[in-house]
Design a protein around this ligand. Structure first.
Ligand code: PHE
Length: 338
């Protein structure tokens, strides 16, 4: 009989219920009126007196074991609701992930294109002084070119302003480094413009600067063509139109070919099929000199573009204000990169 009791004890030990019902069935089977335990007590009556002590203890141990086993499983709902422990294996439905801002996506894409040909990122302050934003860039006071960009000046000290382009970062970098220089300066810039679907008082720029011995206009053109192909596709074409910036000579504006497939193309390219994407030129020798670089030894090119404009072209966004309103319906459309 001891053997039988041990066998039952082993089965009880291995019992693993899946739910509340399993436990109940188990309880009735072993502790029920005509269950296993009561049958054992029945048999116990016939056990010879000299074995009664040992077998009696075994049956009582089994009874204890059964009770402990049953109470160790608690499937009651109340208990589950109150528990602080989450089931870590449970599948979770994630439906509220945010998305990256389109400006960040394109900024990163542009940086990636230029890093692949050796440019690195340089940053600088958004609150600038007159020297870094204008004077060092060949734009002295009273220079009419200052009117090109309506600037926000600090009222109590007009020599302090909100930078109107990130060329200021290029000046800072040239002052503190010697050629060869290959940098990109992305960042927020401010201009005192009336807010409309095409213009905002703040936007983002990314500017590039390359200074070394024998850098030529051909290098500039090839670099920009490489960039346009990477960003807008291998078949992209660019054209350079003569322009003017105080800090570059010669200067150019760069258009990318957009096409004239539909009415909208006619509208946004004003019927030409070309869209302006950036300004560029050979760094004016005066600028190099202002920043402590010998213009007889070194030449360089610079370019600058508005990131909003590039995003608007690439994703056909028709109102610049959308970038700053944080409307999730707009932003959610860009979570493809996650
Ligand atoms: N800084 C110019 C702007 O803000 C862009 C530019 C940069 C043009 C470098 C030429 C060279 O419009």
């Amino acid at each position: 009989m001891i053997k039988k009791i041990n066998e039952i004890a082993a089965t009880v030990k291995g019992f693993l219920p899946k739910n509340k019902n399993d436990v109940e069935v188990f309880r009735i089977k072993y502790l029920g009126k005509s269950g296993v335990l009561n049958q054992l007590f029945e048999e116990f009556k016939n056990v010879p007196v000299e074995e009664k002590k040992e077998i009696g203890r075994s049956i009582n141990n089994l009874k204890e074991q059964l009770k402990n086993k049953i109470s160790s499983f608690d499937f009651s709902e109340k208990k589950n609701q109150n528990t602080n422990f989450e089931d870590l294996t449970k599948k979770v439905k994630v439906n509220n992930l945010g998305s990256r801002h389109p400006l960040s996506i394109i900024e990163e894409e542009i940086i990636e294109v230029f890093s692949s040909i050796g440019f690195s990122v340089a940053e600088g302050p958004e609150i600038e002084d007159d020297w870094h934003n204008f004077s060092a860039l060949n734009t002295p006071e009273e220079h009419p070119a200052r009117d090109m960009q309506d600037t926000f000046f600090i009222q109590s000290d007009p020599s302090i302003l909100l930078r109107s382009h990130t060329s200021s970062v290029q000046v800072r970098h040239m002052e503190n480094n010697s050629p060869p220089i290959r940098i990109l300066s992305p960042g927020r810039v401010y201009r005192n413009e009336a807010i409309s679907s095409r213009a905002h008082c703040l936007f983002h720029q990314i500017e590039g600067l390359y200074i070394d011995k024998d850098v030529s206009f051909a290098d500039l053109k090839k670099t920009l063509l490489f960039f346009a192909k990477k960003l807008f596709g291998e078949n992209s074409k660019i054209r350079l139109r003569p322009s003017f910036f105080p800090f570059t000579e010669p200067s150019a504006e760069v258009d990318v070919y957009w096409g004239l497939k539909n009415e909208n193309d006619y509208r946004i390219t004003k019927g030409t099929g070309w869209l302006e994407i950036l300004g560029c030129g050979m760094v004016d020798p005066n600028v190099l000199e202002n920043c402590g670089i010998d213009p007889k030894k070194y030449t360089g090119f610079a370019f600058g573009m508005g990131i909003e404009r590039i995003v608007m072209l690439k994703y056909k966004v028709d109102d610049i204000r959308l970038f700053f309103e944080n409307d999730v319906r707009f932003l959610k459309q860009f979570n493809f990169s996650l």
